[in-house]
Design a protein around this ligand. Sequence first.
Ligand code: ASP
Ligand code: MG
Length: 406
Amino acid sequence: MSLIVQKYGGTSVGTADRIKAVAKRIVETKEQGHDVIVVVSAMGKTTDQLISLAKQITEYPNPREMDMLLSTGEQISISLLAMALHDLGQKATSLTGAQIGLLTDNVHTKAKIVGMKPDKIIQLLEQGHIIIVAGFQGMTPDFDVTTLGRGGSDTSAVAVASILKAERCVIYTDVDGIYTADPRYVPKARKLKMISYGEMLELASLGAKVMSSRSIEFGKKYGVPIVVRSSFNDEDGTVITEEGERMEDVVVTGVALDKDEAKITIQQVSDQPGIAARIFRVLADEGINIDMIVQNISDKGLTDVSFTTPVAELKKAISVSEKIVKDIGASRVVSNDKIAKLSVIGAGMRSHPGVAADMFEALAEEKINIEMITTSEIRISCVISEEDAERAARAVHTKFKLDREG
Ligand code: ASP
Ligand code: MG
C-alpha cells in the first residue's frame, strides 16, 4: 500500500475543534486506501509559552531540560489527535520521537537527525493503524530527549517520509501554497503549481518562513515530493519536487524580498593581500552572519568594503567593525538598516541569458538605485533602499511575466 505522510502545524491543531477537523481529513486519506503517518506540531503557541515559562524560572535554562520541557507540547497534540481518530472509529496510535526510533546527535535544542529505527512504526502500520507522530523531537543513542530547532516538525515529517519511502509528504499549514511573491505587497502574485527543491531552498534562505531549509534538504536528498497546502480548504497546494518537468520557458519562478538585513561599509581600507581575510575572520569569530559582500575598486591604494548582516545583529556588527577599523587602520564605519534585498529565483536562469539585465532594467524604469548585487546559479539579488522595496518587487514581478491575469 502506498504511504502518505501528512504534517499539521500548530495553527492547524490549535483548538479541540481544529483537531477534530484534522482527524476527518486524515480519515479521508486513509479511506482512499493509503497507509497514513501524521506528524504534528504543538497546539498553537504552546512552544512559545513553554519557553517563556522556562525563562521565568531561569535566565539560562539547561538545554537538556529545555528539550524535556519543549517535547511535551507535541505530546499533547498527538494524544488528542489519536483520541479524535478513535472517536471516528479508526485504529490510531500516537508515538513520541523516541518511540519511532528517531535518533539524533546530542546537540540539545537544535539536534540533527542521524537515523531512524522504524520497527515499531512499521509493525503498527501493518496492523492497520494510523500513526500519529510527535514532530520536532528525537532521542540520542543515550535515550535523552532532543528537539530539532524551532519549526522542526517539518523536518521530522520529511525525514520520516524519506526514510520510509513515502509516496509524498504533505505539509498542511495556514497558507495555501508557495506564491510567486508575497501577496501582501505584490497583489498579482500567483500560487505556483510546482517549484524545485533548489528554488525552494533559495526562497527559504531569503526568509520565506513557509518551511524550514532542513526539511527541504531532506526531501531533495531522498527525492520525496513535498506538497504544501492549506489545512483550512481543499485547494491544491504547491508541489516541491525535482526540476525537469517544468516548462522550458519559465525563467524566473519567484520574487523574494528580505527587509531584515542591514548594510555596513568599512571605508578607506588599505588594498593589500590579507586585509579582507582579517576583517571577515574577526566578524566570523564574533559569530556575526554575513550575507552579501562587495569590495570597491581601489583608489590610491584605498578601498571600501561593504557587507550585509541581519538587522538583529547590526549593533554587534557595528561595534566589532569599529574595532576592526582601529586594527587595520581604516577610516570609519557607516551603516544603513533601511535597506532591502530583492531577489529573483529561477532554475531556468541556467539556460536563459539576460535575466540580470531584465531585472536591472525593471529597476531602472522605476528609477530605483541598486546598491549591491550578488548572484548564485539560480538567483540574482540586489540591495536597494527599503523605501523602494515593495514597488521594486511589483515592477520585477511584472517584468518577468509572473502577474496573475485579471
Ligand atoms: N512546536 C515547534 C515550534 O513551535 C515545532 C514546530 O512547530 O514545527 O517550533
Ligand atoms: Mg510551527
